[in-house]
Design a protein around this ligand. Structure first.
Ligand SMILES: [Zn+2]
Ligand SMILES: [Zn+2]
Length: 275
């Protein structure tokens, strides 16, 4: 499986996963025309598009979804709340409902999800499994939850929000009330928050981590990388660290299976029984 970061930030988010059997779009926060342009730029053919899965209905994640789904004749997958919130724009488009309690098959892709803390109808973090690897995608949340950390156990790759640098936020032109909202539990994850969460979910196992949804006012790719990378390396991360950009696609990045010690499966069963 290969990951394409077609674009990420407050002006639009879209990622694509491609296998031999099809392409899945995760969020479609650009116009359909712009999404097609970016896919072409990244040399990704959307002819084999199987579906569009949405984390939530906000414009920077979903604005191009219905048009794209109509053009390619594919379903939109999302939670009940997300699909309800978009009901007027996706009328006539096939839908697939995601549930936090179960896995959903969409072509060759198996989708999992859990609720995140964010001011949308029913926002989720996602996992996608195909071709023997599993990737997690999470952004637009200020604090992680035990549910998210549980969903993100044993990933091979992750796309994670790394929205702001704490100092750049404090010294930004944003009013204090906005600063508090960004840094609050329903806001966004900081670079330090991303580094901490990556460590908690087992950075040493990840073969690919992509930092996403960077603020243009309060962050920069080199700042995010300089904050997150040393923490990950100290915690045994030997994989590839990339930063998704707002204005241009990056990738594709191959997703390589993590090497896990043989006793790990037992440990996971232990954790499951206590959650
Ligand atoms: Zn949002
Ligand atoms: Zn967003």
């Amino acid at each position: 499986m290969r990951l394409y970061a077609l674009g990420s930030g407050s002006k639009g988010n879209a990622f694509a996963l491609a296998t031999e059997d099809g392409v899945l779009l995760i969020d479609a926060g650009f116009s359909a025309k712009e999404l097609c342009r970016r896919a072409e730029q990244a040399e990704l053919s959307l002819d084999r598009l199987i579906g569009v899965v949405l984390t939530h209905e906000h414009g920077d994640h979903a604005s191009g979804a219905s048009r794209l789904a109509r053009i390619f004749g594919v379903p939109i997958a999302g939670t009940f709340g997300t699909l309800q919130a978009m009901a007027s724009t996706i009328d006539g488009v096939a839908t697939v409902q995601l549930r936090a309690s179960s896995l959903t098959e969409l072509g060759p892709f198996t989708l999992g999800c859990c609720r995140t803390l964010h001011d949308a109808a029913e926002p989720v973090a996602l996992t996608v499994e195909a071709s023997g690897v599993r990737i997690g995608v999470a952004y637009d949340f200020g604090r992680s939850t035990s549910g998210l950390r549980y969903l993100f156990r044993e990933l091979d790759a992750v796309v994670l929000e790394s929205n702001y640098d704490e100092v750049m936020l404090r010294t930004s032109r944003y009013p204090v009330s906005v600063q508090h909202r960004i840094a609050g539990s329903g806001g966004h994850l900081s670079n330090h928050g991303a580094a901490q969460l990556l460590t908690e979910i087992g950075a040493e196992q990840l073969t690919l981590a992509v930092l996403a949804h960077l603020s243009q006012q309060c962050n920069a790719p080199e700042v995010a990388r300089a904050t997150v990378e040393p923490v990950l390396r100290r915690n045994g991360f030997r994989g590839r660290l990339e930063v998704a950009l707002q204005d241009a696609p990056v990738g594709p990045f191959p997703i390589i299976p993590a090497e896990r010690p043989a006793h790990q499966t037992e440990l996971v069963f232990d954790e499951e029984s206590t959650v």
